[in-house]
Design a binder for this molecule. Structure first.
Ligand code: UDP
Length: 403
């Protein structure tokens, strides 16, 4: 089990002391996190490092996942998409099912002695109305809220307003029409997890071989759930352009979150569009759920691409930067918090396929530029986007919030 002290060599003593100082008012406080998946996607990734660390430092922290149905996740994915700007046919039946599943979950979820309840994202948002609230409730939104669909936002607001405070990943998601206290806590990665820790080359090569990634040519990678917002089809277009200039491969590594029913459909579209490249072993499509593999890919990629159309924060960017791998990414959501354009990576408009290709080619042809950018990217992550800083922000919040 990871201990807070294990992070000393990475983050320095000051942050460790300050976490224990902040804990003085919080020992034995009981915190409950609820989200809707234990695997796949950034929220599960964050909770799997944050919750054990909270426990280690002396908070009694628990993590429960809402039990949805296929229809429920179909609806909540539509809500997610609408919050990121899509249209939606939001019928009364859909609204009813959304609330009913939350009500059902509340019947076997005991919330009583907890000092704080933290609800992640829209799936379990309505659960608040099925409890008599005797502690602060926090809604932690991980979604890109830069242009939410108004109808859905107005509907969700009636639940959000019951909360005591909202957490967003970046200041720009704060909505002027939400008269609630809010705090900005940007997500973070765990530098000691299997996904991010240093691993020996022998393990890297073993995993790349096992998952069919040859090393005779450089490869570029996008690692993302199979989700239209990650624009996997656009990534293939970018790769076509890159291939005209540099002989390389593209690895697309994706997984399915249990609360995201659109993954299979998107996966099909990718396999159709990339068929010729897949047959020639120029595009390697991987669907394994394997943290060491993700670690290995992020370490050995010549460039990591993140061509998202929307992005709540983009942990895949943080993870690649932490491994000193240069990143070419869309200037959306939380990504510009992580990359200074031209310094620690390149930022482009999401539809600028030519720009993505040019910048990637530039990095493929200029390894010293790639190295320099990777180095700067890592330092920025060390200062701002490691799990110790996120824990510290949560402790600040829990220390001041009361009913
Ligand atoms: N991820 C993974 N395997 C995959 C695809 C993604 O482990 O095949 C992980 C990725 O490493 C990151 C998380 O899923 O930790 C995705 O978080 P991000 O914030 O980038 O996007 P989200 O899925 O939350 O929209």
């Amino acid at each position: 089990m990871v201990k807070l002290e294990d992070y000393r060599d990475i983050v320095g003593d000051e942050i460790i002391y300050s976490i224990y100082r902040k804990m003085r008012r919080l020992y034995d406080k009981h915190v409950l996190h609820i989200n809707s998946t234990y695997i796949g996607g950034g929220v599960a990734e964050i909770l799997s490092s944050l919750v054990p660390l909270m426990n280690y430092v002396g908070i009694e922290a628990g993590w429960r996942t809402l039990h949805g149905s296929v229809d429920f996740y179909g609806i909540t994915k539509k809500i997610h998409n609408a919050l990121q700007g899509d249209k939606i046919n939001f019928s009364d039946i859909k609204k009813q099912l959304y609330v009913q599943i939350n009500e059902l979950f509340s019947t076997y979820t005991h919330i009583n002695t907890h000092d704080f309840v933290i609800i992640h994202d829209p799936q379990p948002l309505p659960i608040i109305q099925f409890f008599r609230k005797s502690q602060p409730w926090i809604w932690r939104c991980h979604i890109d809220l830069s242009s939410p669909n108004k109808e859905v936002w107005e509907y969700l607001k009636k639940f959000i307003l019951k909360y005591d405070i909202v957490i967003f990943s970046t200041e720009k998601y704060k909505s002027p029409d939400l008269p609630l206290q809010y705090k900005i806590i940007s997500p973070a990665i765990d530098p000691l997890s299997h996904k991010n820790k240093e691993i020996p080359d022998s393990l890297i090569f073993k995993h790349l071989k096992k998952f069919g990634v040859p090393l005779d040519k450089p490869f570029i990678t996008q690692i993302s759930r199979f989700d239209k917002w990650k624009d996997p089809l656009g990534v293939i277009e970018v790769f076509k352009r890159i291939k005209e200039k540099v002989d390389c491969r593209l690895v697309m590594c994706g997984n399915m979150a249990t609360d995201d029913p659109e993954g299979f459909e998107i996966f099909d579209k990718i396999t159709k569009k990339a068929q010729r490249f897949i047959e020639n072993n120029e595009i390697i499509l991987i669907t394994a759920e394997n943290n060491i593999l993700v670690n290995a890919l992020q370490r050995k990629s010549a460039v990591v691409i993140q061509k998202s159309l929307r992005e709540g924060f983009g942990l895949t960017v943080t993870e690649a930067l932490w491994k000193k791998t240069p990143v070419v990414a869309s200037n959306v959501g939380g990504i510009p918090l992580q990359i200074q354009d031209g310094e620690s990576g390149f930022l482009l408009e999401p539809d600028d396929e030519e720009g993505f290709a040019e910048r990637t080619v530039e990095l493929l042809k200029n390894p010293s530029l790639a190295k320099e950018m990777g180095k700067k990217g890592k330092e920025n992550v060390r200062k701002k986007f490691l799990t110790t800083r996120m824990l510290s922000d949560y402790l600040d919040l829990l220390s001041v919030i009361s009913l």
